[in-house]
Design a protein. Structure first.
Lengths: 299, 966
């Protein structure tokens, strides 16, 4: 019976269409960069969970503003992606160790300065499960990042600021000089979404990156000793440290739009614009076709 | 703070020994006796996690061993521990997908989200070993099947189909590809031969675990399918119960050799979105489901096989043959009435037939009743047949009588019947404008006749009831008209109200209370209401369904039940508990049908392609609901108001409904109404006073509601949108009383909008109108909260997404408003102004938080106010706002929560309560902001709170009530 109450066509959505970004999330990275100067002096960049490619577009446009730039950008996703200037797209699984080798191959064995991930699962609506899956996605990206990043490198990833996010803040604190929770103004205030900006990668002492296929992400980080709970003989529940990361709002209050505000159509785009990114094949495509044809049966 | 009540997503259901249902209600494990619906045990098992699964082992309840899991938590305990002692919280190092006992109950196998099985010694609560198949991919779903000779692991991956592996040798048995997208649910047959699966692609697939072949596919759900349960296993096949995001549970049948999983039934027993859990009691043929709305319902999977269940149809030829009557070529069964034990029908050629015990017989044939006849009846079993000229046949158990209805001028157009306290009333209407004729019939004899003057103008009666005590008659008609004929004054003109509710035809009227003439009125076009009509017409309750046509309604055991037609089905809906009681595919709305209820059962006759169909529901073996739910999506705002027995709780949700519930002193929440007037997700609900509350949402909807009798609610007035952008949300509002000539005349409402608009409206109780008195725009950002403060002037304090707190002096609204003794006075009656004045002056506009000020509360003392704000930046600020000096002095506290602070409620001047998305409710001492107490809540997306006496109500994805010492 529920009618949708979400407004999908906010000002950033319309602006993204106008300015040729593949998704409105481009503004989030732009605002993060505005705040943290993420793109200063970076040469090797990895964009994980990159499809449809709006973050790679931002990386490409911003880094290659300087035409002499020798930067290399690799965008990885399970889904195919349309080509982007100055970006090598890789259709690969970020949990697969071979992906690491491929990326390092492209970089000629050199390590990366910057790894980012804007990945999110299709949320189910069951908050604890969605937050768990999102945390796993961050850990997958982080696992690759710990193998790819040079010392002092930067890691940026999308998070859901739910009930256990303080565990992740604490654990990231073992790996980076500085961990900040950033909320770009392009990200809706009503959404749990935020971004962790982890600056100054410091590999764990005495630990060597080794992506073994038989280790799950969970096991990988247990070996790293960053305070994650583990399985004990007596099944006891580990105490896990919780920390609140400093919060930084990004995007200039005066010049950036407010993603929660309703802007009248007169001040925004009047004419209808075609979507920049064609819709991908959703898993339920066949079900939709059957519904259209009246073939979804049932009383 | 102590949790005393919670309602939220039910994520685990398990049937034990065919008699008990174990349910995970947030962190609480509840046990119900299925036959009675009685809760026999309930206790919290986890401190933080919701229960996602329950396994029970043992021959009976007393010796049962329980394995309960949720998130990363695991608990192993015996039945008596549900009542006393501690329950140890254990962990297996990862999110648990499934856990099952070994056949002897000594070992529990836990499958976790990285496709690893952890074996646990139940007695010692110690790890035995872990095993995996070499692929530790992340799983969305998993199912273990413990067989006599092996343990089978079925793992539902995110992108890579289903992996079936054997625990015993860790070998992958099958890789099942066929679905697209993540695998959300899996279930195996008892013997481990069959596997069913569902995924993001909205299909259900059946796999032969012997061959690894996909053998059947089923389609039907309109959204994602979350879980599956196999039941009714036979040699040849089995049935499946599925639960989905689309709010329905469906049943399916698989027979070997068929490639299609055949859809059988659809059950809709939840609201909002998502049916999260399910279980089947095979022995009783019951399917249970738990929803995001917190409801647990029991659907009868074998209803048509129950005692008393009938599903039958007769063609005209069959009826003629059975009755031994020759039908003319064009003769059809035109009208009928179901007495509850038999059906009396009239044909187009004047035959009167009776269907009794499944057999048709001819009662009589009378040419006077050819072409036009009406068949009506009474609960007593007496049936009336009338024709145009007013000839009346009265058929009773003792025989038949004849009577005549005489009109002065016209012929008979319609007859309606009503049974009250065993007394039988018939109301007849002429096709011309002349008095209605009310007959009372005792047995089969007309004992009294009364003429009721027909209201002038358009009037065509469609429903009526008689108040036996006073003799008053309430008649509903087409054109949304209600007429009341007083009992004692025979010649008196009726009181008539037109368009008292939206819609056209009044489909039923039932008097609930005498002598106030409180009545339930149901309109065909989905609206219904409770009215009081002894004097002036008072609308106590108004509401509507979102789909279908309503043919009637009644109260049963205190619950309102509505029925009618929707697309191709007839439905019976429990409006109080929000669940469907009956769904009969009958081909859509019918001219000819007859519905009766009583004793929990339903009887429906309808004509379809000239055949007469009969459906009688079988006896219920268990109650329909074990637990009543609330909102099916996130609650965005809650408000409470004291009543004589406790509180009324109003909640607004993303599911677009406003719910009114009773909040008992012990914290129990009993739903009264689910108002569906809003067309978009709710933003705010607040009380104006104990009689009125206001709600706001997107599409610029601001609705004023009036409460009556501490249990009824009606939509009283709406504010017309000002802007052309339908996406503008009314984020918040505040109201203060306005006086005129020493008495309360109305209230001033300040509303803030997502397009940065700020509007002040004056509402007049006398005129029942909202007048815009001030209109302004704060900035370009979304304004989130607002409060009105009345001192020497009217001040508007607002908070926005830019992290600012702004204070305006409102002005007088163009000479309309004044302030006297700290109260707003109406100086002049406001006229409609297309361009009202702006706010007089922006006094303060100060940034306090980095980003959105999500909530604030203030306490005024003299010319200063203590203001406490909570932000998206995890921080809080305690400020002193001096209205006289125009100063705002703030102290900011960073990191007061690990996530967004969503609500701030001052309790007096020394304490403040906050909710935040980290799911912690905190109480602070102010102004120093010292944490006094904190309490974890299992309500995720925690978004709002209100204080009601010694109770705190917290809303989000569910609702939790805490007892608190303040």
């Amino acid at each position: 019976m529920g009618k949708s109450s979400k407004d999908k066509r906010d000002v950033y959505y319309r602006k993204a269409k106008e300015e040729g970004w593949r998704a409105r999330s481009a503004y989030k990275l732009l605002q993060l960069n505005e705040q943290f100067g993420l793109f200063n002096d970076i040469h090797r960049v990895v964009d994980l969970c990159a499809a449809p490619g709006s973050w790679s577009q931002v990386l490409s446009r911003e880094i290659f503003k300087d035409e002499r730039s020798d930067a290399q950008i690799v965008a990885v996703d399970l889904q195919p992606m349309a080509p982007i200037d100055n970006v090598v797209t890789l259709q690969a699984d970020i949990t697969d160790p071979r992906t690491l080798d491929k990326i390092l191959g492209i970089f000629g064995g050199e390590k990366a300065d910057f790894v980012c991930s804007d990945g999110a699962p299709d949320v189910t609506g069951l908050h604890d499960l969605d937050e768990y899956i999102q945390a796993q996605l961050v850990l997958c990206a982080l696992r690759l990042a710990t193998c790819l990043l040079k010392e002092g490198g930067t890691f940026v990833a999308k998070i859901f600021r739910g009930r256990d996010i303080d565990l992740l803040y604490s654990q990231l604190g073992f790996l980076f000089e500085k961990v900040v929770c950033a909320k770009p103004r392009a990200s809706r205030g009503t959404s749990l979404e935020s971004f962790i900006v982890c600056i100054g990668y410091k590999p764990r002492e005495g630990w060597k990156p080794d992506l073994q296929p038989e280790l799950s992400t969970e096991e990988y980080f247990q070996n790293m000793n960053i305070g994650r709970a583990r399985l004990h003989e007596d099944l006891r529940v580990d105490y896990e440290e919780r920390k609140v990361a400093p919060f930084v709002a990004c995007g200039d209050l005066k010049t950036s739009y407010d993603s929660d505000a309703s802007y009248s159509l007169d001040t925004a785009v009047k004419h209808s614009l075609d979507p920049v990114q064609m819709p991908t094949d959703p898993p339920y495509k066949r079900a939709l076709e059957m519904k259209r044809q009246g073939r979804l049966r049932g009383k | 703070m102590k949790s005393v009540h919670q309602v939220g997503p039910v994520c685990a259901l398990t049937v034990f020994v065919d008699r008990y249902l174990f349910a995970g209600e947030g962190p609480n494990l509840a046990v119900y006796e299925i036959a009675t619906g009685e809760q026999i045990a309930c206790r919290a098992v986890f401190s933080r996690n919701k229960i996602h699964g329950i396994s029970v082992s043992g021959p009976d309840l007393r010796s049962a061993r329980l394995c309960v899991w949720g998130g990363r938590s695991l608990a192993l305990f015996a039945w008596p521990q549900l009542f006393e002692g501690e329950i140890d919280q254990l962990a297996v190092g990862d999110w648990i997908k499934d856990a099952q006992f070994s056949l002897d109950g000594a070992v529990v196998y836990c499958l976790h989200a990285h496709n690893v099985v952890v074996a646990v010694d139940v007695a010692g609560k110690r790890l035995l070993e872990t095993r995996n198949c070499g692929e530790k991919s992340i799983l969305y779903s998993g199912r273990l099947r413990v067989l006599s000779d092996r343990v089978l692991v079925c793992a539902g991956t995110v992108m890579d189909g289903i992996l079936v592996w054997s625990y015993d040798d860790c070998a992958v048995v099958h890789r099942l590809h066929g679905h697209t997208g993540s695998i959300f649910g899996l279930c195996t047959s008892d013997d481990g031969r069959w596997l069913v699966s569902c995924s993001d692609d909205r299909s259900i697939r059946v796999w032969d675990l012997g061959s690894g072949e996909q053998v059947a596919t089923g389609w039907g759900h309109g959204s994602r399918i979350w879980w599956l349960r196999i039941y009714a296993e036979t040699e040849r096949g089995f049935s499946v119960l599925s639960g989905s995001e689309d709010l329905t549970c469906r049943t399916w049948r698989f027979e070997q050799g068929h490639s299609s999983l055949e859809p059988v039934d659809v059950f809709e027993t939840h609201t909002g979105r998502n049916v999260w859990s399910g279980a089947v009691c095979d022995a009783l043929g019951l399917g249970f489901s738990g929803g995001a709305d917190g409801a647990i319902t029991a659907s009868d999977l074998a209803e048509t096989q129950r005692e008393g269940a009938v599903s039958a149809a007769w063609t005209l030829a069959q009826i003629a043959e059975q009755a031994g009557a020759a039908f003319a070529r064009d003769e059809i069964v035109k009208e009928y009435y179901d007495t509850g034990t038999e059906l009396v029908a009239a044909t187009s050629r004047g035959k009167v037939l009776r269907l009794r015990n499944g057999l048709w017989e001819l009662v009589l044939e009378d040419a006077r009743f050819e072409r036009f006849s009406l068949v009506r009846g009474f609960d007593t079993g007496v049936v009336l047949i009338a024709n145009k000229t007013g000839d009346l046949l009265v058929l009773g158990s003792g025989g038949m009588a004849e009577a005549k209805i005489k009109f002065e001028r016209g012929v008979l157009g319609n007859v309606l019947t009503a049974t009250r306290n065993g007394r039988q009333f018939a109301l007849a209407e002429s096709v011309l404008e002349e008095p209605l004729v009310l007959l009372e019939i005792a047995g089969t004899a007309v004992v009294s006749e009364r003429r009721l003057s027909k209201p002038a103008g358009k009037f065509a009666m469609s429903a009526f009831d008689v108040d036996v005590a006073s003799g008053a008659v309430v008649v509903g008609s087409r054109f949304a008209t209600l007429a009341v004929f007083p009992g004692d004054e025979r010649s008196a003109e009726p009181r008539v109200w037109r368009n008292f509710l939206k819609g056209d035809t009044v489909s039923s009227v039932e008097i609930l209370e005498s002598p106030s003439l409180q009545a339930l009125v149901v309109m065909k076009d989905r609206e219904y209401g409770v009215v009081r009509c002894a004097g002036q017409l008072e609308l106590l309750q108004t509401n509507r369904l979102q789909r279908g046509f309503l043919e009637g309604g009644y109260f049963e055991h205190g619950d309102l039940v509505l029925y009618g037609f929707r697309s191709d089905t007839f439905f019976v809906w429990n409006e109080t508990k929000q669940l469907e009681l009956l769904r009969e595919a009958c081909g859509g709305p019918h001219r000819q049908w007859s519905f009766r209820h009583g004793g929990g059962g339903h009887r429906l006759f309808y004509t379809r392609s000239s055949s007469v169909h009969f459906r009688q529901t079988g006896a219920r073996v268990a109650p329909e609901t074990l637990r009543t739910g609330l909102h099916g999506r996130e609650i965005r705002s809650v408000a409470a108001c004291k009543t004589s027995t406790g509180h009324l709780l109003v909640s607004g949700s993303e599911d677009t409904t406003v719910r009114v519930s009773r909040l008992a002193a012990d914290g129990a929440v009993v739903p009264l109404w689910c108002e569906r007037q809003h067309g978009s997700g709710l933003q705010a609900v607040h009380f104006v006073n104990s009689d009125y509350f206001v709600s706001s949402s997107a599409r610029e909807e601001v609705y004023l509601w009036k409460l009556s009798d501490e249990k009824y609610v009606r939509l009283h007035r709406t504010i017309r949108p000002r802007s052309s952008n339908p996406e503008t949300r009314v984020m918040d509002f505040d109201a203060v009383e306005v006086r005129q000539h020493g008495r309360v005349a109305g209230f001033l409402l300040a509303a803030v909008y997502s397009d940065s608009s700020v509007r002040l409206w004056y509402y007049s109780y006398e005129l029942n109108t909202f007048r815009l008195v001030v209109e302004d725009v704060y900035a370009s950002c979304c304004v989130l909260r607002v409060r009105l403060v009345v001192l020497d002037a009217i001040y508007v304090v607002l908070a926005a997404t830019n992290g600012h707190l702004a204070v305006y002096r409102a002005g007088d609204g163009g000479g309309v408003l004044g302030v006297c003794g700290g109260a707003v006075e109406l100086v002049a009656g406001p006229d409609h102004a297309e361009n009202p004045p702006r706010l007089e002056q922006l006094l303060i506009n100060q940034q306090i938080h980095q980003s959105s000020v999500k909530a604030f509360d203030l306490a005024v003392d003299g010319h200063t106010a203590l203001v406490v704000t909570g932000g998206d930046d995890n921080g809080m600020a305690v400020s002193t706002l001096d209205f006289a000096a125009v100063e705002l002095a703030s102290t900011y506290f960073a990191g007061t929560a690990s996530s967004t602070i969503t609500d701030v409620v001052l309790c007096g001047r020394s304490r403040v309560l906050t909710t935040s998305v980290d799911q912690v409710v905190r109480v602070w001492r102010v102004p120093q902001l010292e944490l006094e107490t904190e309490q974890y809540t299992t309500v995720a997306d925690t978004g709002c709170a209100c204080v009601a006496g010694g109770l705190v109500v917290v809303g989000g994805a569910g609702l939790e009530v805490f007892q608190i010492d303040m």
